[in-house]
Design a protein around this ligand. Sequence first.
Ligand code: HPA
Ligand code: ZN
Length: 327
Amino acid sequence: MTFPKIELHLHLEGAAPPAFIRGIAAEKGVDLSRIFNEAGAYAYGDFLEFLKVYEAATAVLSTPEDYARLIAVVTEDLTEQGAIYAETFISPDFCGGGDLAAWREYLQAMQEAAARSEAQGGVILKGIVTPIRHFGPERAKAPALCAAETAGDFIVGLGLAGDEGVGRPRDYIWAFDCAREAGLRLTCHAGEWGGPASVRAAVEDLGVERIGHGVRAIEDPALVDWLAERGTVLEVCPGSNVALGLYRDYSRHPIARLRDAGVRVTVSTDDPPFFHTTLSREYERLADAFHWGSEDFAALNRVAAEAAFCDAKTRDDLLKKLGDADV
Ligand code: HPA
Ligand code: ZN
C-alpha cells in the first residue's frame, strides 16, 4: 500500500524496534533478555504485561541522545511506510522524570531529530505529551505543565496513556485544563479497556476532540450517534486491538460499523513492533476484511488530516498531497 498516509496514534517508545532497544541495552550493559522471546520479539501476555514490558524497554532510554536516535529510527520507518505526517505520544515522565529543565533538553534533541526527517523530505512528526494514567492524577500534573510550557511548533497536544483501568477521566481534569489553557489540542485513550461510558466521560469531562481507540462505543448505539453528530474523531488501531485480544480478528473489528454509522474514524498502529504490524499492514488487513479500496483509504486519511493537531498551513499541504495522490 504505497499511497500517502497519516498516523495519529503512535506511542514513541512503542515504535522502537526490538533490535534498537537491544542495541542500546547492550551499549549500557543492561540485561533485558527477559522482555524478548526466542525470536527476538517483545514477549508479553495481556495488556498489563505489555505495559510492564513497554516500561522495561523504555527504561534503557535514559538520555536526550537516546531519544534523538529513537526519533531518527521512527521517522525513517514512518517515511518508508508512506507516512507524510505523524503525531507521536511522548511522556515527560520517561524523558527527565517530569522535571521541566530536563524535559526541555530531551525535547530539543527530539525536535532536532524530527526536523532532520522533515528537511530530508521524510515524514513530518509532531509530539503529543501523555501523562501515564496508572501513575495517578497527582503525577499527571508535572507532564501537563511540561506540555504547557513547551507548547508550540513541535508539541501540539496532550493525551493520556497507560492503564485505562486506573481512575476516571475526570480525575485528570487539572492536567487537561492546564494543557487547554496553553493552547494545546486534546485527546485521551478511552473505550479500549473501558466500555462506552469511558468514551462519553472523556469527551464530556475532559473536552477532548479525539479519542484514542474509542472502539467500544460500538456497544452503545446512542453513543455512536452522539459521536457521529459531534464529529469526534476516533484514532482506531485495529491491529493493536486484535493483538491484545479485544477482537478475534479484523473482520470482527467495529471500525467498519463505526465508519458506516457516520463516526469519523482514522487508522493508526499504536505500538507497531509490539503488535507485529505496520501502517501498510493495517491497510492491507482492512482491505482484506472489509473490501476497502483506495477511495475508502483516501477518505480515512482526509479525516486524519482534518483531525491532525497541526497548523492550518500544514493541514492544507497534507490535504493537497492526499488529493494529488487520489487518482
Ligand atoms: N496503550 C496505552 N498506553 C500505552 C500504550 C498503549 O498502547 N503504549 C504505551 N502506553
Ligand atoms: Zn495507544
